[in-house]
Design a protein around this ligand. Structure first.
Ligand code: C2E
Ligand code: MG
Ligand code: MG
Length: 440
C-alpha cells in the first residue's frame, strides 16, 4: 500500500489518489460528454463534538465505521476516498444519472442512521452530502470538488443529515457558502446579529412572565435570516462561541431595559446556548460578563440547552456553577428526540420546554397526552417548570391548561417580535390573551 495514496486510519484511498482518478474521469467525460459521472462529497456532522465530548479514540473509531458502512453502499467500480479529516468523497464512474447519485446518497445516510456501537456505547452520527456532475470542459478536478463541497454546505445549513445537488445557475438559495461564512464572521465580529423576542405566558393567568431571545440576521442580499439558516454554519466554523456570547449580552441588556410590572414580578429572558459551548469554561465567562455588563439579576436569565446534548462532566459542572450564581437552566426541545425522563433526575435543571412537534401531535393520539401527563407529573414533583412551545391553536392551549403546565409560548399568543414591540406586549399581557392571534 502506498504511503501517500492511502489513508492510515481507514485504509481508504487518499485525497491525492481521489483527485488523480477524478482527473482521469474528467478526461474521459470530455471525450464522451453524454456519459456523465458524479461525485458525492460527504462531511460528518459534528465530528468535533464527538472528539471533544467522547474523546479522540471514539472519533477515530467512528470514522472507521463510517468508512466501512459507506463502502458497502457504493457500486462496484466506484471509488470511495477519505479526502480530509472528516470528509469523504465518492466518484461514481461511467454514465450516472441524477437519480442514481441521489440513491447512493440516501443509501449512505440510511446505512449510518443507527449510529455505531463504540466501546459499548451507541454513538449517533449523520453526514451531509453534496452531489456534483461535470458541467464545463474547462473545469478541473478541484473545481468539481468545490462544487460538490458547496452543495454539501447547503445541505448542512438546511439541517444535518441531508444531501443536496449542486446547481450551477446560482439561485437565491444556492449561494456560495464560503461567502456566507465570511459574511457571518464579519457580522459576529461587528456584533450586528440581532434578536427577536417571543413572549412566554404563565398558565392559567396568561400573563407575560418572560421572553425567549431568538437570533435574527439582517443579511444585505437575502433579507432577514432565521437561525436555522446560519446557526449550523456558525457551529461548524466555530463562530458560535462569539455569536452566543453576543446573544447573551444582547438578551441580558433587553431584559434589563424592561419596565418591572407593578406586581413586582420581573420578566426573565431565555437565551439559547449551543451544545458546542456547554462544556467550555468560556460559557461561564460569557454569562458572567453579560450579567456584569448589563447589571441584570442572574435570576432573570434562563439558559436554554438542547435536549439530547451529551452531558459530559465539564458541561454538568458548568451548569452547576451557573446555577449557584442564580442563573436558571431549561432543557429545550424536550420530547423531540432522545427524550428521557431520567434526564430530569440527573441534570441540574429548572425547567423543560416541550418541543413543538410534540405539541402538534397532542390532538392525534392519547399516547402523547399520556406521555406529557407523565412528564408534567414528574416535573411537578421535582419542582421543575414545564413550558409548552409552539402552541398555535386554542385547542392546544386548552390541553396545556388541562394538563396543568406552567407556561406556554407560540404563535397563538405572539410570534417573536422586535424589542420595542415586546416591551408593549409586556405592558398589555395581563390576561388579554391571545394578544397576537388576530394580528397576522
Ligand atoms: P427554539 O429554541 O426551539 O426556538 C423556538 C423556535 O420556534 C423559534 O424559531 C420560534 O420562532 C419558533 N416558534 C415559536 N412559536 C411557534 C409556533 O407557534 N409555531 C411554529 N411553527 N414555530 C414557532 P427560530 O427563531 O427560527 O429559532 C430556531 C432555533 O434556532 C431555536 O429553536 C434555537 O434552537 C436556535 N437559536 C435561536 N437563536 C439562537 C442563538 O442566539 N444561539 C443559538 N445557539 N441558537 C439559537
Ligand atoms: Mg429555545
Ligand atoms: Mg425549542
Amino acid at each position: 500500500m502506498h504511503e501517500s495514496s492511502h489513508d492510515h486510519l481507514t485504509g481508504l484511498p487518499s485525497r491525492t489518489r481521489f483527485v488523480e482518478q477524478l482527473e482521469l474521469a474528467l478526461a474521459g467525460w470530455r471525450q464522451r460528454p453524454q456519459d456523465r459521472f458524479a461525485i458525492l462529497f460527504m462531511d460528518v456532522d459534528g465530528i468535533r463534538e464527538v472528539n471533544e465530548t467522547r474523546g479522540r479514540f471514539v472519533g477515530d473509531a467512528l470514522l472507521q465505521e463510517i468508512a466501512e458502512a459507506t463502502g458497502s453502499c457504493v457500486r462496484a467500480g466506484d471509488l470511495l476516498a477519505r479526502v480530509a479529516g472528516d470528509e469523504f468523497a465518492i466518484l461514481m464512474r461511467g454514465p450516472t444519472s441524477d437519480g442514481e447519485a441521489v440513491t447512493v446518497a440516501e443509501l449512505v445516510q440510511r446505512a449510518l442512521s443507527g449510529g455505531f456501537r463504540i466501546r459499548g456505547e451507541v454513538v449517533p452520527v449523520s453526514v451531509s452530502i453534496g452531489i456534483a456532475f461535470p458541467e464545463r470542459r474547462d473545469h478541473s478536478a478541484l473545481d468539481l470538488l468545490r462544487n460538490a463541497a458547496t452543495a454539501m454546505y447547503r445541505a448542512k445549513s438546511a439541517g444535518r443529515g441531508r444531501h443536496a445537488m449542486f446547481a450551477s445557475a446560482p439561485s437565491r438559495k444556492s449561494l456560495d457558502m464560503g461567502q456566507l461564512e465570511a459574511e457571518l464572521r464579519m457580522a459576529v465580529e461587528r456584533d450586528t446579529i440581532g434578536q427577536h423576542y417571543q413572549p412566554i405566558f404563565e398558565l392559567p393567568g396568561r400573563r407575560v412572565i418572560g421572553f425567549e431571545a431568538l437570533a435574527r440576521w439582517q443579511h444585505q442580499d437575502r433579507g432577514l435570516l432565521d437561525p436555522r439558516e446560519f446557526i449550523p454554519l456558525a457551529e461548524e466554523t466555530g463562530l458560535i462561541a462569539g455569536l452566543d456570547a453576543a446573544a447573551l449580552r444582547r438578551a441580558c441588556a433587553f431584559a434589563a431595559s424592561l419596565p418591572i410590572p407593578a406586581d413586582g414580578a420581573a420578566p426573565f429572558v431565555a437565551a439559547n446556548i449551543s451544545n458546542r459551548l456547554l462544556g467550555e469554561s468560556l460559557l461561564v465567562e460569557s454569562v458572567t460578563s453579560a450579567l456584569e455588563a448589563t447589571g441584570l439579576d442572574p435570576e432573570r436569565l434562563v439558559l436554554e440547552i438542547r435536549e439530547g446534548t451529551v452531558m459530559d462532566d465539564g458541561a454538568a459542572a458548568n451548569l452547576r456553577h451557573l446555577r449557584v450564581l442564580g442563573v436558571r437552566v431549561c432543557i429545550d426541545d424536550f420530547g423531540a428526540g432522545h427524550a428521557s425522563l431520567s434526564y430530569l433526575h440527573k441534570l441540574p435543571v429548572d425547567a423543560i420546554k416541550i418541543d413543538r412537534s410534540f405539541t402538534r401531535q397532542l390532538l392525534n393520539g392519547s399516547d402523547h397526552m399520556n406521555a406529557l401527563q407523565a412528564i408534567a407529573d414528574l416535573a411537578a414533583r421535582l419542582g421543575i417548570t414545564v413550558i409548552a412551545e409552539g402552541v398555535e391553536t386554542q385547542a392546544q392551549l386548552q390541553q396545556m391548561e388541562w394538563l396543568g403546565l406552567t407556561a406556554v409560548q407560540g404563535f397563538l399568543f405572539s410570534p417573536p417580535v422586535a424589542a420595542g414591540i415586546a416591551a408593549t406586549l409586556l405592558a398589555a399581557g395581563d390576561g388579554q390573551v391571545p394578544v397576537a392571534a388576530s394580528t397576522t
